[in-house]
Ligand binder design. Structure first.
Ligand code: GDP
Length: 429
């Protein structure tokens, strides 16, 4: 049986925590898209960790962590990440990397930086991890699969060809030093040595695991609104963030995905540029950012302050629909305990008309939030384990949002730890 854990919004919804929690009862955890450009923060008995490439299941001895073919694989970062957890006494996890996974090349990272420099103020707010140049090359069919590291003659030839075109851009567009295919080949041989112990036919492995009745968790990165097709294009990421893509990025049949847990945070946050209708500014924003998440809303990869805002029912309803949500995990609810009243964005006003349907980007840029205020609960709710024990106004907040988005909230997270979770029955299920 396959379950997916994905985000409804702009990312940073708390997927890492939910995956880490669900991994206790899973056999295999798979990353299926994205790269080291975003991070998951996990707090468990080993401490606090920011993971970028490894799946959030690496902390358990019984799980296998898989990097699927859909991921942008940065080999030095993966090696550093393995070391960073084993250095802190986490037992060496079982890791498998798809032989069809493509490699983030050193020049992808450079091109990402050079392009952001060139665009100046008109940049896409890239994390400069090479992700956009990586996926561009993948689809332009000049990327490098892990399997290609094992065919030296073909690899050398292809590196020469790729350098020819890249060097034109380096010289004439960016005015930067050119690349040398021989040096790149050496780097590839170093990568090969590092990655060889993990390489595997992941699709065949997962196919057999499913036949054997194993439980597989697909862990998404970012959220619906960063999907290149269904998100806030062009301020999106370069690989699909939807659960459906999990089938492709892991190499499993789509009908195997039985449960789709969409993670929604009790307020909104976003790193990077792009329309954000319920965004807050000034003191109100500073306060929410400071109190948010676990130690403030700052990017796990970049440390950048996240933009914050009130919960957005329009974006979340859309985000849940595109994921194909079976369950909503509603996270970071404990943070809102300081507010007398909690504003919620229940509609968008676009050109004088109110809608609850998430619009295309140019209309989204014009949208103004329609706000409804709900009474706060003014207390700490961490430590509560039963839904009925939450304050009435807190339950009302959860139920109001469930009604607005139209998908069952079956998990409420009230703290960063594994045990900070409340399961609830939903009328919608
Ligand atoms: P992800 O990318 O979706 O995994 O999200 P991040 O890990 O970047 O951001 C979520 C942040 O919220 C992390 O710092 C988590 O430790 C923290 N977090 C997750 N769930 C909760 C919760 O219920 N309450 C609080 N206070 N923090 C949480």
């Amino acid at each position: 049986m396959v379950k997916a854990v994905v985000g409804a919004n702009w990312g940073d919804e708390g997927k890492g925590k939910i995956t880490d929690m669900l991994a206790e009862k899973a056999d295999i955890i798979v990353r299926f898209q994205g790269g080291a450009n975003a991070g998951h923060t996990i707090v468990n008995n080993y401490g606090k960790f920011a993971l970028h490439t490894l799946p959030s299941g690496v902390f358990y001895g019984h799980t296998t962590s898989v990097i699927g073919n859909g991921v942008a694989l940065n080999i030095p970062i993966l090696m550093d990440e393995i070391k960073s957890i084993t250095d802190r006494d986490v037992p060496m996890p079982k890791i498998l990397v798809s032989e069809r996974c493509q490699i983030v090349m050193p020049y992808h990272i450079l091109f990402d930086q050079y392009e952001e420099e060139r665009l100046g103020g008109k940049s896409f707010g890239s994390t400069k991890s090479g992700i956009a140049p990586f996926y561009s090359d993948k689809y332009a069919k000049i990327g490098f699969q892990v399997s290609e590291l094992f065919d030296e003659t073909a690899l050398k030839e292809k590196l020469v060809r790729v350098c020819e075109t890249k060097n034109v851009l380096l010289e004439h567009l960016y005015h930067k030093p050119k690349m040398n295919p021989d040096e790149l080949f050496e780097t590839m041989m170093d990568y090969r040595e590092k990655i060889t112990p993990y390489v595997c036919d992941v699709s065949a492995y997962l196919g057999q695991a499913l036949k054997d009745g194993k439980t597989v968790l697909l862990e998404g990165q970012l959220g619906t609104l960063k999907d290149p097709d269904h998100g806030i294009y062009p301020m999106v990421t370069s690989s699909s963030t939807l659960a459906a893509y999990g089938a492709i990025g892991a190499g499993i049949p789509p009908y195997e995905i039985k449960q789709i847990i969409t993670v929604c945070k009790a307020y909104s946050s976003s790193v990077g540029a792009g329309a954000f209708v319920s965004e807050l500014f000034g003191d109100e924003a500073d306060e929410l950012r400071r109190r948010g998440g676990d130690g403030g809303e700052f990017g796990a990869t970049t440390g950048r302050p996240r933009r914050v805002g009130w919960f957005d029912c329009v974006a979340s309803k859309y985000g849940c629909r595109l994921q194909g949500t079976t369950d909503v995990a509603f996270t970071v609810l404990d943070v809102l305990g300081y507010l007398d009243e909690i504003p919620v964005c229940v509609g968008y006003e676009v050109d004088g008309e109110v809608t609850t349907d998430f619009p295309v980007t140019y209309k989204l840029e014009k949208a103004k939030p329609v706000i409804k205020k709900l009474p706060g609960w003014k207390c700490q709710i961490r430590g509560i384990r039963k839904y009925e024990e939450l304050p009435e106004n807190c339950r009302n907040y959860v139920e109001f949002i469930e009604e607005q988005i139209g998908y069952p909230i079956t998990m409420v997270s009230n703290g960063p730890g594994r045990e900070d979770i409340i399961y609830r029955e939903s009328k919608l299920k």
